[in-house]
Design a protein around this ligand. Structure first.
Ligand code: HEC
Ligand code: HEC
Length: 257
């Protein structure tokens, strides 16, 4: 083998080796997981969930035994066409659930889940007692399943995005909370106040723009990771990198950042 060939084979092989070593020494933040907390089981709260019939479409993989023992086999999920609800307690806050039960499509575009109006005071966008218990039950579901991955937390750099495509995507994915004009008054916003209302992005209401970071990267990071404990969910698994970059480009533009 002459020198040239060795160089051709050797350089990519070395690059791969360094990548592998780099990965082992410094895995991406997503893989550095806190251990999942043990799963609580409150029978009274679980009863509200079972009475609401959520088991017709959902399972909670971390509570299969408890639900079966307390309420029979069906309660553990008969035809789980909807996602495993294990871990949702760490992903959505109580306000998000209320908005979701009222009109799922407002917070989750294209949702297949029927509205759960039986969980509200008649005709009013205010949860009734059962509704509050179902939400409380969901908030206890903090232990992850294998399916239900925790959200990323690392800061990320936005790839180049197309603001016009972002504008269209915003109408579908974000307008329910932030408003079609990004003025903060989407139909779901009436449910959301803790810890903060959906900000009026078009009026420049940004609080997550750390000094020393490009605003577009900060916006992209919020879209990717969500804001833990708030109603702003992570869009990491729902939208591609390119879609999040397009959104960040439009949000930065409309917000004057
Ligand atoms: C007819 C089937 C059906 C019923 C009944 C139903 N859901 Fe859903 N649910 C779905 C589907 C499908 C999804 C997936 C996303 C979508 O289409 O909205 C979903 C999504 C969810 C999510 C978001 C989960 C995630 O990981 O993104 C939560 C939370 C949820 N449902 C809770 C409930 C609760 C609580 C009840 C009972 C009050 C309920 N659902 C009743 C079908 C259903
Ligand atoms: C279910 C409602 C909801 C949806 C859907 C939603 N957001 Fe949010 N968003 C919020 C709330 C509430 C906050 C404020 C979080 C906090 O600070 O407590 C927020 C915060 C933000 C911020 C941070 C602003 C700041 O203060 O720096 C950005 C950026 C953002 N959202 C963009 C988006 C984009 C883009 C989408 C669509 C992909 C989206 N949001 C979808 C509710 C939502």
């Amino acid at each position: 083998m002459d020198g040239e060939k060795i160089a051709i084979i050797g350089v990519p092989a070395l690059a791969v080796l360094f990548l592998v070593i780099g990965f082992i020494a410094n895995p991406p933040a997503e893989t550095q997981l806190e251990p999942a907390p043990p799963q609580d089981f409150d029978k009274e709260l679980a009863a509200a969930y079972v009475q609401a019939g959520c088991w017709q479409c959902h399972a909670v993989s971390t509570l299969q035994t408890e639900l079966t023992e307390a309420f029979g086999e069906q309660a553990a999920g008969v035809r789980p066409m909807g996602p495993d609800l294990a871990g949702v307690g760490a992903r959505f806050n109580a306000d998000w659930h209320a908005a979701h039960f009222w009109k799922p499509d407002d917070v989750f575009a294209g949702s297949q889940m029927p509205a759960q109006r039986q969980l509200f005071e008649p005709g009013q966008p205010k949860l009734n007692e059962q509704g509050r218990k179902v939400v409380e039950f969901l908030r206890t579901l903090k232990s992850r399943s294998d399916l239900n991955k925790p959200w990323p937390t690392a800061r990320v750099v936005a790839p180049a995005g197309d603001a016009e495509r972002g504008r269209l995507l915003f109408q579908r994915e974000c307008a329910g909370c932030h408003g079609a004009d990004a003025g903060g008054e989407g139909p779901a916003s009436k449910f959301i106040s803790t810890p903060r209302k959906p900000p009026a992005l078009a009026k420049g209401e940004f609080v997550y723009l750390p000094a020393g970071e490009r605003p577009i990267d900060s916006i992209y990071t919020v879209i990717t990771n969500g804001v833990p404990g708030s109603a702003m969910p992570s869009f990491a698994s729902r939208l591609s990198e390119q879609q999040r970059a397009d959104l960040a480009a439009w949000v930065a533009k409309v917000g004057g950042k």
